[in-house]
Write a protein of this length. Structure first.
Length: 364
């Protein structure tokens, strides 16, 4: 019992020790990890520990508080730790490779953990891939049909050198779409697509936002596609903006919508009936995009959101002469051109949307 308590205290002390990196999960950065891999010598969160449990050849996990730790394991943890592991297993992570955070979906975390410890993709001995070759990929993905709403197998081709992504259907001789890497974006959308490996690809065609929803049965394959798109985007940005420092380029490779969800909107005369629409807020492009349904191929419209000093603001009341029959929270988005009126389901959603919109208005 003395050993149990003493070793637990030593382990928790080690987890909090300054300069070790042990106070955050070694894999996703979540603060205060409560688990550890005693085979790799790292401190990890509960979620990542579940992934490590599926890799018994490489990793073995224990709880810091609930399990007994032998003195030899404490010494092993002391001589290793998160910063030690980072220096070894993340020595050569390419700048375009997406490193998942604690809020990211499971497939990104699992493939990051497998890439590091199982496949050794970022060890010092590995040669870093040139983003142009890393941004070239060919293969099949399941794509959601625009009309029939069923996933069908389609051939995709990505070429960083040509600056395009294309996809083909069985019937078509030429490509169904040629997508410029300039406006290409990819983000994981697990809930929206109803698939654990669901990816949303967006691009601009004829001035309109176009969505493609795709997935692959293999987690590794879909994450490889995601990072190939990031490599192609990185290659494009490096050539297009040669003088922009790398830390400023990285966040522009791909982006997630900062907020998505249903609201009701009325038309430009503000007398039309309110209709339910699915809204996506793209803070980087400063656009509030809306669709009839979440999985629609094309947006119905979008609202550009400028800065406060340009005449943009968000209010929680209605413009004069506008009446709403429903007693629900409202948002008025004021732009120099017109006022957009939205109805939210409840106060919480109203606050979330107002906070998100205000963040875009106040960003430089």
């Amino acid at each position: 019992a003395m050993d149990y308590d003493r070793n637990k205290a030593l382990l928790l002390e080690l987890q909090r020790a300054a300069g070790t990196g042990n106070d955050r999960c070694a894999d996703c950065g979540d603060p205060g990890p409560e688990w550890a891999s005693y085979k790799l010598g790292i401190f990890i969160c509960l979620t990542c520990s579940g992934i490590h449990r599926n890799l018994p050849e490489i990793s073995r996990v224990k709880s810091l508080r609930l399990d007994f730790w032998e003195s030899s394991l404490i010494e092993f943890m002391r001589s290793h730790g998160n910063l030690w592991a980072k220096a070894k297993y993340e020595a050569k992570v390419p700048p375009y490779y997406y490193i998942p955070k604690s809020h990211d979906c499971m497939v990104l975390k699992e493939q990051w953990i497998r890439a590091k410890y199982e496949r050794g993709e970022f060890l010092d001995t590995r040669v870093c891939q040139d983003p142009c070759s890393a941004g070239s990929r060919e293969g099949c993905l399941w794509k959601l049909g625009k009309v029939r709403r069923q996933f069908q197998k389609r051939q995709f081709l990505l070429s960083a050198g040509e600056g395009v992504m294309k996809y083909y259907s069985k019937e078509s001789r030429g490509p169904k779409a040629v997508i410029s890497i300039e406006t290409l974006n990819a983000m994981f959308q697990v809930e929206k697509t109803g698939h654990n490996h669901g990816l949303q690809i967006t691009y601009i065609t004829d001035g309109q936002t176009r969505n493609l929803f795709v997935y692959h049965e293999s987690g590794k394959e879909i994450v490889d596609w995601f990072n190939a798109i990031r490599a192609a985007r990185y290659h494009y940005l490096r050539i297009t903006f040669p003088n922009v420092p790398e830390p400023e380029l990285i966040p522009r490779i791909t982006r997630n919508f900062v907020k998505e969800g249903y609201m009701e909107k009325t038309g430009p005369k503000q007398k039309e009936a309110f209709k339910v629409r699915w809204f996506c807020l793209d803070s980087q492009e400063r656009n509030l995009i809306y669709f009839k349904n979440p999985l629609d191929a094309f947006a119905q419209g979008q609202v550009y959101i400028g800065r406060r000093d340009e005449g943009y603001e968000v209010r929680d009341d209605l413009p004069q002469k506008v009446c709403v029959k429903k007693k629900k929270p409202v948002i008025t988005l004021v732009t120099p051109v017109r006022e957009f009126v939205f109805i939210c389901d409840n106060d919480r959603k109203q606050k979330e949307w107002m906070d998100a919109l205000n963040e875009v208005i106040t960003q430089l």
